[in-house]
Design a protein around this ligand. Structure first.
Ligand code: ARG
Length: 460
C-alpha cells in the first residue's frame, strides 16, 4: 500500500514503481529521516497535535525502526517507495494507528529536503576532516624539504629553480580554499525547510526555530515555495567536491610526471604503486591516474545537477529526486580517494639528488638578467641581452655558465668578473625571499602560516 493511495482505484504498475521508487538509494538517509521525525514529533506535540503519551509512543517506535536499520534487520516491502514511506510503514506496524498522526502538517517535500541537508552536513564534515589530513601530510613532507631544490616549470618547460617544500605547499593552499568552501557551503546547508509543508507552509503552530535548533540546524527557511525545492546546498557541495577533485587531479598529474624514471624526482611507495601484467619493469602510479580520472566524474555530477535544476517550475517537482545519487556518489568517490592520496603523500620518497641533477644553467637566465638590472640596465634590455647569451651558448654547444667573460662582455660591457656568482642555484632560490616566494626563509614563514590555516575543523 502506498501512502497516497486514497484517490486511486488501482494499485500502481510495477514498471511505474521501478521508475518512481527511490528507496534503492535514499535508504542511506534512514538516520537523518528518523532523527527528523523524532524532532518533528516533539514539535507537533508542543503545538498541541500529539499528546505527550502519543509522542512518546511514536518516538519509542522510531527508536525501534532505527535499531532495525542499524542491525540490518529492516525488511523492505513492495510499496516502500522511499525512505520516508518505509519508515512510516514500519512505524505503523510497530505502534499502530497513532503513527498516522506523525505526518500531520508535514509533506515528504519538506521532509526530504530536511533529510538531505542533514545528510550533506555530515558528509561535508567528513570530507573536511579528510582534506585536513591530506593537508597535514603535505605540510609534514614540506617541512622535510625546505632546502631541497628542484626545477620549477611553466608550460611544463624548465623555468626556475624552486624548493620542493614550495611545490608541495602549493597544494596545501588549494586544499585550504577547498576547506573554506566546505565551511561556507555548510553554513548555507544548515537551514531547516521543515515546517514548509508541501509548498505553502504549515497551518500548525510549530516553532520552526526551535525545531531547526533541535536538529542542529542554524536557522529555518523564510519562504516555503523556495525551501521545498532549494537544492543550492547540493549544487554548492558538488561544486566544492568537483574543485577539490580538480586539485587532486593536478597533484596526481605532478606525481605521475615526477615519478616517471625520466624525471625520477620522487618514488611512490610499493604499497601505492601498481605493476603491469605484461611489462615486468613497470611501476605505475595508477592511484594518481584515478585521482586525475575521478575529477571528470565529480565535474559531471555538478553539471548534471545543474541541468536537472535549470528551468524547473516553482516548488517541488519529482525531477528533484535526481539530486541525491550524484551527491552520494561524489561523497563516496572522495571518501575512497582522499585516504589513498594522503597515504601516497605520507609515504612519498623525494629524491633530492635527482632533483638537483635536473637543474640546468638556463634556469638561471632570469637571474643573469637580474644581475644586469642590478648594474643599472632596464629589465627589458637585460632580457634581450641574456637572450643573446642563451643563443650564443646554444651555437657554441655549451651551457650559459661556460660562456667566457669576453663573450659576455661582447654582449654587454656591464658584465664583470662577479657574474660567476650568478650561477648558484641555492643563491638564486634564496633571493626569492619576499612573502610567498620559494626561498627557504620565505617557505619557513609559509609553513608557520600553514600551521595556522590547518588548525580548526568544520564546526558542528
Ligand atoms: N523520494 C522523493 C525525493 O527524493 C521524496 C519526495 C517525494 N515527494 C512527492 N511529492 N512525491 O524527492
Amino acid at each position: 500500500m502506498t501512502l497516497w493511495g486514497g484517490r486511486f482505484s488501482e494499485p500502481s504498475d510495477a514498471d511505474l514503481r521501478a521508475l518512481n521508487d527511490s528507496i534503492g538509494f535514499d535508504r542511506r538517509m534512514y538516520r537523518q529521516d528518523i532523527r527528523g521525525s523524532m524532532a518533528y514529533a516533539r514539535a507537533i506535540t508542543r503545538a498541541g497535535i500529539l499528546t505527550d503519551a502519543e509522542a512518546q509512543t511514536i518516538i519509542d517506535g522510531l527508536e525501534r525502526v532505527l535499531a532495525e536499520f542499524e542491525g540490518g534487520t529492516f525488511v523492505l516491502q513492495v510499496g516502500d517507495e522511499d525512505i520516508h514511506t518505509a519508515v512510516e510503514r514500519r512505524l505503523t506496524e510497530l505502534v499502530g494507528a497513532v503513527a498516522g498522526r506523525l505526518h500531520t502538517g508535514r509533506s515528504r517535500n519538506d521532509q526530504v529536503a530536511t533529510d538531505f541537508r542533514l545528510w550533506v552536513m555530515d558528509a561535508l564534515r567528513e570530507i573536511d576532516a579528510r582534506a585536513q589530513t591530506l593537508q597535514a601530510a603535505l605540510l609534514e613532507q614540506a617541512e622535510r624539504h625546505v632546502t631541497t631544490l628542484m626545477p620549477g616549470y611553466t608550460h611544463l618547460q624548465p623555468a626556475q629553480p624552486i624548493t620542493a617544500a614550495h611545490w608541495l605547499l602549493s597544494f596545501f593552499w588549494m586544499l585550504a580554499r577547498d576547506r573554506e568552501r566546505l565551511a561556507d557551503t555548510y553554513r548555507r546547508t544548515a537551514v531547516s525547510p521543515l515546517g514548509s509543508g508541501a509548498l505553502a507552509g504549515t497551518p500548525l503552530a510549530i516553532d520552526r526555530a526551535a525545531l531547526a535548533n533541535e536538529l542542529g540546524l542554524h536557522s529555518h527557511s523564510q519562504n516555503s515555495l523556495d525551501s521545498v525545492s532549494d537544492r543550492d546546498f547540493a549544487v554548492e557541495s558538488l561544486f566544492t567536491f568537483a574543485l577539490l577533485g580538480t586539485h587532486l587531479s593536478r597533484l596526481g598529474e605532478d606525481i605521475i610526471l615526477y615519478s616517471n624514471p625520466q624525471f625520477g624526482y620522487i618514488t611512490l611507495n610499493d604499497r601505492y604503486s601498481t605493476g603491469s601484467s605484461l611489462m615486468p619493469q613497470k611501476r605505475n602510479a595508477d592511484p594518481m591516474e584515478l585521482a586525475r580520472g575521478k575529477a571528470g566524474r565529480l565535474i559531471g555530477h555538478l553539471a548534471g545537477l545543474l541541468a536537472t535544476l535549470k528551468g524547473l517550475p516553482s516548488s517541488y517537482n519529482k525531477d528533484l529526486q535526481e539530486d541525491k545519487e550524484r551527491v552520494f556518489d561524489a561523497v563516496d568517490t572522495l571518501n575512497v580517494l582522499l585516504p589513498v592520496v594522503t597515504a601516497i603523500i605520507n609515504t612519498l620518497k623525494l629524491n633530492p639528488e635527482r632533483m638537483r641533477a635536473a637543474l640546468t644553467d638556463d634556469m638561471l637566465a632570469t637571474d643573469l638578467a637580474d644581475y644586469l638590472v642590478r648594474k643599472g640596465m632596464p629589465f627589458r634590455e637585460a632580457h634581450h641581452v641574456v637572450g643573446g647569451a642563451v643563443r650564443v651558448a646554444a651555437e657554441q654547444g655549451v651551457t650559459l655558465s661556460v660562456l667566457s667573460l669576453e663573450t659576455l662582455q661582447a654582449l654587454s660591457p656591464l658584465f664583470g668578473a662577479d657574474v660567476r656568482a650568478v650561477f648558484d642555484f641555492d643563491a638564486s632560490v634564496a633571493r626569492r625571499s619576499a612573502d610567498g616566494g620559494t626561498a627557504p626563509d620565505a617557505v619557513r614563514r609559509q609553513i608557520a602560516a600553514a600551521h595556522d590555516a590547518l588548525a580548526g575543523q568544520l564546526a558542528q
